[in-house]
Ligand binder design. Structure first.
Ligand SMILES: [Zn+2]
Length: 272
């Protein structure tokens, strides 16, 4: 039920999300430039001028300043705005999910489950943009994700929430997907996609299980092909220029989590 309190909570969560997104965008840009992101106050990426608090309000400052630094008038990286907005939306999505169906979870998963999904979503958001902008999938991010997802899955089995045969199917699907991607990586000699994409498959497969891992791989290739053809037609890319594949994997993962079962059923009807 959409009550006033629910909307009030959503607004609070959106605000918190944009603030956290502001921090994330700084982490992404600074770590990709090899700078430390734990030390130092907010500074203009171009002229190094410290940013005053009123020019550092998530979303609003970017709009007020029309995307330019107040001092040097160089454009502020649009990543700041995009990540702030997406993290805000992510927090609201998470909040509504928490209220609508995570209530059903058994203890101690009532608390662990929503925190788990928020952490996974934030890490995937970071990988999405580092790969999109810099063609880098940070090993650290993939390792943290793997430990998180692997630990969560095994905890579900130990507590009897996930059946053992489902866990076996999840492991088999993940290994099969990794092997398939490794073969494609070797056949294309790393031009199709990088080793980072192969590694990313491990946590994504454990997260999705069977049959959603298959749906995710299928969707990622469809998206990749569509965007690739589109960019070729626009003349933005040639066949030789690689396109980062991580964003397709992550977008496909989000869709598979939501509609994976429906897509799989639809596909079965097509071939049977
Ligand atoms: Zn500046």
């Amino acid at each position: 039920m959409l009550t006033g309190w629910f909307l009030f909570g959503a607004l609070i969560l959106f605000t918190l999300g944009t603030i956290f997104g502001s921090f994330l965008s700084v982490v992404i840009l600074r770590s990709m430039r090899g700078e430390s992101w734990v030390s130092g106050s907010s500074r203009c990426d171009e002229c190094g001028q410290p940013i005053r608090w009123y020019d550092n309000i998530p979303l609003l400052s970017f709009i007020m300043l029309r995307g330019e630094c107040r001092r040097c008038h160089k454009p502020i990286h649009p990543l700041h705005f995009v990540v702030e907005l997406l993290t805000g939306v992510l927090f609201v999505w998470w909040y509504s999910g928490f209220f609508l169906f995570f209530q059903l979870a058994e203890q101690p998963f009532r608390i662990i489950q929503p925190l788990f999904w928020l952490a996974v979503a934030v890490i995937l958001l970071v990988i999405f943009f580092t790969d999109l902008l810099y063609m880098i999938i940070p090993d650290e991010a993939v390792a943290i994700l793997l430990v998180l997802v692997g630990g969560y899955r095994f905890a579900l089995v130990i507590f009897g929430i996930m059946r053992q045969q489902d866990m076996v199917a999840t492991l088999l699907a993940t290994v099969a997907a990794i092997v398939a991607f490794l073969c494609l990586y070797l056949i294309t000699k790393g031009r199709g996609f990088g080793l980072g994409d192969v590694k990313l498959i491990a946590p994504l497969g454990l997260l999705l299980g069977w049959p959603n891992t298959l749906v995710m791989v299928f969707l990622a290739f469809v998206f990749g092909a569509l965007v690739g053809i589109f960019l070729l037609l626009l003349g933005k890319r040639t066949m030789k220029q690689p396109i980062p594949f991580g964003p397709f994997l992550i977008a496909a993962t989000f869709l598979s989590l939501i509609w994976g079962d429906a897509i799989f059923q639809w596909y079965l009807q097509l071939i049977l």
